[in-house]
Design a protein around this ligand. Sequence first.
Ligand SMILES: Cc1ncc(COP(=O)(O)O)c(C=O)c1O
Length: 395
Amino acid sequence: MPIAQRVRQHMQAASWIRGMFEEGIQLKQQYGADNVADFSLGNPVLEPPPQFYEALHQLVTHPQPGMHRYMPNAGYPETRAAIAAQLARETGTPCTANHIVMVVGAAGGLNVVLKTLLDPGDEVMIFSPYFVEYHFYVENHQGVAKVVPTDAQFNLDLATIAQALSPRTKMVLINSPNNPSGVVYPATTIQALGELLRQKQAEFGTQIYLVSDEPYKKLLYDGLTYPEVYPYYANSIVVTSHAKDLALPGERIGYIATNPACTDMDELQDGLSFANRTLGFVNAPALMQHVVSQLQGVTIDMRQYERKRDLLCTTLAAMGYQFVKPQGGFYLFPRTPIPDDVGFVKSLLQRRILTVPGSGFGTPGYFRIAYCVEDRTIERAFDGFREVAREYGLL
Ligand SMILES: Cc1ncc(COP(=O)(O)O)c(C=O)c1O
């Protein structure tokens, strides 16, 4: 047995998405990729915007000496300054380059924050349905994930959170727009959460950090404005990336942005840079740092995802599927018509439709559709969704 038992156990626990992925490869080999509707992964179908290629072309055709060398662990000062300026515009908070650490995607950023903040046994509150990787990230740094369910609309339930907070709570980790529910937490909820965390900090005599995982922040629908966390809570840290808003998930470029009002700001920033280095990332990819410093304020055309959401929601609702309409991101999380979400997902699989059971997100009785796919994939899947709806009495 070459691999550690802990890793083996985790691999088994996370087998839903992997299982679907492998099933998908097999089905695609057997029937051809065009005959399988693969909604299993959050891999954006859109290409990066034209400005990305222009910036990349400019850099490649006008190389500067040293542009591929090591740099400060926190990243290039000019990239961090460009990001801070954009964030200041978006949040109304006076961010500077000193508040930004460039990281290897939001996943890398979360690991850096966890390593910096956690002592063994510290609790990290996460909310179900959750992004399954959170469990592994928390465990990477000897933390304890404390799962708190959201309410029937997948919104934060302040009373349940109040009960679950403890003197060991070091971090509350939220994700909005949410993977997998598509919910955007309203400003009133963030405000109430901020008040609650302030109260609990005072009661316990501890610091509780609100970490906001925001890779879907720019994918907002129905004219919604993003409810920021900074105005409502000083000890807040944003972790994000350009994986979805610039469609660059493979390039692994993201950043951590600490609220300037955070206590012990300087020590925290030094800790983040140190963790970035010692986790082995050293620094975020140099070329992408040069590129994204020119692309702050640029995003992919999120109306395309909004259109896909509308197409999917209208058609599935007419078939009797029940769900909370997503306000952002590119996931839909409908209820399964039978309690056995794994069985239901298998029925879809028989129609060559790949989705992920809610059990994989700590919320059985639901299933996730990642609709970051071509329109024709969505349209092709409707017959299968309809057949399964009939089979289970929705129609
Ligand atoms: C909620 C959430 N957080 C973090 C990540 C990781 O993003 P990145 O590719 O920037 O590491 C993802 C990726 O899908 C995600 O859905």
